[in-house]
Write a protein that binds this ligand. Structure first.
Ligand code: SOE
Length: 378
């Protein structure tokens, strides 16, 4: 197989935003974490030969190709990483798993619940490592929040409140793209960024059992994409979505995702309220966790801002001295580190394809609730 001693060959499908983020992670991980196997950046794959060749050069891949199927035949590729658009996740993941490869797949796992179910089953049958890249779980501050919940330091969890706000779709002159078509993206803000909130909620508070949602499209037509293309095309996904949720634990939850919030760039924020305290996280200040304990003396009660850069904080010891902050790309390095540990030990790290399926089930329930205009069980 592809694990040559302590090395595993990687084949990456996709070279845009996520392809670059994952490439950075493969390049850096072995220099900061003692990974075994270590990744070898064998091949990057994309549809446009000239663009993927340029990406291979700039991102540090040994080779490039334009057909993902060639990765499956190679003995020197043991891990297939899927960073391409949502509509190809199922096809590439199934083929890679059936070829006996380990798989890392970008979020959300699939475009529909049926696809996600098939992928989960294929992962079970393959027995190789299969993981979904919900990278924000692996911010040190999110890990600290998780530890505080797990250790009971916030008491009984009562409320989850989360938003993911962006503004990159604000300009109506921005052309169409795959993210704005249901057949290529599955859904809009709901699946693209709402899925991150669902994954974090599952990670931090536990399973969601019931939802009621709404979604809206505000910019219904956009200029056709492509050089010299004339006319407009219809946007077939939501620009914004929101929903209420109940958790199996009894906690209540609110979720909002939009790509039309002027001034908000990557405002992914959650607040958890327990019987003995609260935490607040915001991706735009990802090294910080706001923490409050209800039993603090009244004269100093309130939120404190913890800079999550101490060597004892999760992942941080591998990086810089206290106060020397990490960034967005480190969440991918941490994801790849845990993936490689999983490959080394033969166990899929969370979020597994089963976790990806459970996230998809919530998105699916929100869509059904919007259609039915009422509460829907997940
Ligand atoms: C676009 O909205 C996007 O790139 C998402 O697809 C990512 O998952 C998110 O983390 C950043 O924004």
């Amino acid at each position: 197989m592809a694990e040559t001693g302590a090395e595993i060959g990687v084949g990456l499908v996709g070279y845009k935003f996520m392809g670059r983020a994952h490439s950075t992670a493969y390049r850096q991980v072995r220099h900061f974490f003692p990974v075994d196997p270590a990744p070898r950046m064998r091949v990057i794959c994309g549809r446009s030969e000239s663009a993927v060749r340029a990406a291979a050069d700039s991102l540090g891949w040994e080779e490039h190709c334009t057909d993902y199927r060639s990765l499956l035949e190679r003995d020197d590729v043991g891990l297939v990483d899927i960073c391409a658009s949502g509509e190809v996740h199922r096809e590439v993941a199934l083929a890679a798993l059936r070829a006996g490869k380990h798989v890392l797949c970008e979020k959300p796992l699939a475009n529909t619940l049926d696809e996600a179910r098939e992928m989960r089953e294929a992962a079970g049958e393959a027995g190789t490592v299969a993981m979904v890249c919900f990278n924000y779980r692996r911010s040190p501050a999110v890990q600290l929040a998780s530890a505080l919940v797990r250790e009971g330091r916030l008491g009984e969890i009562r409320h989850w409140r989360a938003v993911y706000l962006q503004d990159w779709l604000l300009d109506p002159a921005l052309p169409m793209s795959w993210r704005l078509r249901k057949e290529t993206a599955g859904s809009g803000a709901l699946g693209d960024i709402g899925s991150h909130l669902v994954d974090l909620a599952h990670f931090l508070v536990g399973p969601i059992t019931e939802v009621v949602g709404l979604a809206e499209n505000f910019i219904g037509e956009r200029p056709r994409e492509g050089d010299g293309a004339a006319g407009t095309d219809r946007v077939t996904v939501d620009d914004a979505a929101a929903f209420l949720a109940r958790f199996a634990s009894g906690a209540t939850g609110t979720f909002e995702a939009t790509r039309l919030a002027p001034g908000r760039k990557a405002y992914e924020s959650f607040e958890i309220n327990g019987s003995n305290g609260s935490v607040v996280f915001n991706l735009e200040r990802l090294n910080e966790l706001q923490v409050c304990f209800a039993d603090d003396p009244a004269d100093v009660s309130g939120f404190r801002t913890v800079l999550v850069t101490e060597p004892g904080h999760p992942y941080v010891g591998a990086w810089w001295p206290p106060g020397h902050i990490v960034g967005y790309e480190h969440t991918f390095v941490h994801t790849v580190k845990d993936l490689l540990d999983g490959i080394g030990s033969g166990r899929s790290p969370a979020p597994t394809f089963d976790d990806g399926y459970r996230c998809q089930a919530v998105l699916d329930a929100v869509e059904r609730s919007i259609e039915d205009r009422g509460w829907v069980r997940v």
